[in-house]
Design a protein around this ligand. Structure first.
Ligand code: KIV
Length: 301
């Protein structure tokens, strides 16, 4: 099979290029789907080369990369800047970009235009937006513009002010029924996958069994078709206590801190750079320079 270059880099032919069709096949054969966020070139390369199926440029970059309080402040231009960087690092994974708050809630035409920017300028293959059945028509319009869409229901961080904080959703019968209606509406609208965030395991399991689209859980239990976590969370780069569902796979903060401290100590104690870490003049230039300097010294005497 001949592969198309993505941003000048060919997919690694020893692994499949993941597409939206692959996700459906994975659901059908019950192969768990993996997804991690990435926000820059280096992170994207690591996630992609680790064999993760989907790379999400989440609007969580607002906090993880930009230090904002929540996801509400991040703009289209900021998101696009990071999507482009991630695109340059991803070869085989499916690349998803989060539509930031305000980029799709105001006006339908605006939403389609913004989604198209992620594809055209950023190289994203799927756009993700938050909200349930009330977004179904909008999602149809974006799909009509040839742009695959991922849904996101449950604890939707862009609704933090409406939810009154980051709280687990779907805890009473009415809320469970609403979540089910949301999932079915987005499935019918044709989403390529459905992110389920911060909902009880039992509810996520019911939704996963009901819809044909693959479900990707975060804080939604093990019965989802796939799992997503935030890059900075799994590496302990978040400077705060993790949420219950986060599993820390490495302590990058400790590793980075000890590297910084070692560098500082080496410079302060004149241990860095050593001679072998320095450039040297070529022998003949060095000899010529020595002659010039000797002549100058002789003239000064
Ligand atoms: O922005 C984000 O990181 C997300 C999650 C689903 C991980 O939307």
């Amino acid at each position: 099979m001949s592969l198309t270059p993505i941003n000048g880099r060919l997919p690694d032919e020893s692994r499949p290029k993941i597409t939206t069709a692959t996700l459906r096949e994975q659901k059908l054969r019950r192969e768990p789907i993996t997804c991690l966020t990435a926000y820059d070139y280096a992170g994207a390369r690591l996630v992609d080369e680790a064999g993760i199926d989907m790379v999400l440029v989440g609007d969580s970059l607002a906090q993880a990369m930009l230090g904002y309080e929540n996801t509400l402040s991040v703009t289209m231009d900021e998101m696009l800047h990071h999507v482009k960087a991630v695109r340059r690092g991803v070869r085989n994974a499916l690349l998803l970009a989060d539509m930031p708050y305000g980029s799709y809630q105001v006006d339908e035409k605006d939403a389609v235009r913004n989604a198209a920017r992620f594809v055209k300028e950023g190289g994203a293959e799927v756009v993700k937006l938050e909200g349930g059945e009330k977004r179904a028509d909008l999602i149809r319009h974006i799909i009509d513009a040839e742009i695959p869409v991922a849904g996101h229901i449950g604890l939707t961080p862009q609704s933090v002010n409406v939810m009154g904080g980051y709280k687990v959703q779907g805890k009473n019968l009415a809320a469970v029924e609403q979540l089910m209606r949301d999932a079915v509406a987005l499935d019918r609208a044709g989403v390529s996958c459905l992110f389920l965030e911060g909902i009880p395991r039992e509810v996520a399991a019911m939704i996963t069994a009901e819809v044909s689209t693959p479900t990707i859980g975060i804080g939604a239990g093990p019965e989802c078709d796939g799992q997503v976590l935030v890059f900075h969370d799994i590496l302990n780069l978040t400077f705060g206590p993790p949420a219950k569902f986060v599993r820390r796979y490495a302590d990058a903060a400790a590793l980075i801190m000890s590297a910084m401290q070692a560098f500082r100590a080496d410079v302060k104690s004149h241990q860095y750079p050593a001679d072998e870490e320095s450039y040297h003049l070529p022998k003949d230039t060095r000899a010529a320079l020595d002659t010039v300097l000797a002549r100058k010294r002789a003239m000064r005497r």
